[in-house]
Design a protein around this ligand. Sequence first.
Ligand SMILES: N[C@@H](CCC(=O)N[C@@H](CS)C(=O)NCC(=O)O)C(=O)O
Length: 211
Amino acid sequence: MIRLHHLNQSRSLRTLWLLEELGQPYELISHQRDAKTHLAPDSLKAVHPLGKSPVIEMDGEVYTESGAIIEMLIERFAPDSLRPAIDNSDYGHYLQWINFAESSLMVPLLLDLFTKKAGVNDNEFLSGYISEEKHKLLSYLNDELEGKSFIVGNKLSGADFMLSFNLMMLAQSKQLERYPHIVQYTRQLSALDSYQRAMRLEANHDKTSAA
Ligand SMILES: N[C@@H](CCC(=O)N[C@@H](CS)C(=O)NCC(=O)O)C(=O)O
């Protein structure tokens, strides 16, 4: 049995959605962000020294890093349906988008979040860098998504699960309005049954949104 240690409003949503799509039995263990600091509780440190989420326990091992978890679960349970074949030209693009979500795109999003939180978003260099970088990356993604429902091969894949969390962060703060193809893409992803089930689980589990 797979155990998912899920933190509310976190990258763990990528894993929760994938587990719903896979239909494999799993146990969902809730961890709540601290209401003031928004950081993870100590209960996550008891599971993995980094104290971050997602974490899964599987076959007696503990895994963190959402990208690795997405790839591993797909390799194990859905290699023929949720990723391109290794000898297909889409395969490299699949890996590239998985990494784009957690590296290139996540860097300016986190810088933006943290500089605002710390009240240092009036720094000219930082705010200029963040907004230019975000616009460059989102314009690129927007162009890539024109006429597509999914990012790779027009078929649901691990890359969509990865991108969904970044785009959810951006949609919540109304930062996608200039990117119509991204908006269309997020609409299509959020209409999927497995996505909706995952969001219902998140809503039941997220004590901050219930408050
Ligand atoms: N690169 C890791 C990042 C994990 C991570 O930073 N998770 C955040 C939630 S989105 C977290 O647990 N933050 C709580 C904290 O740092 O206390 C991944 O992709 O899984």
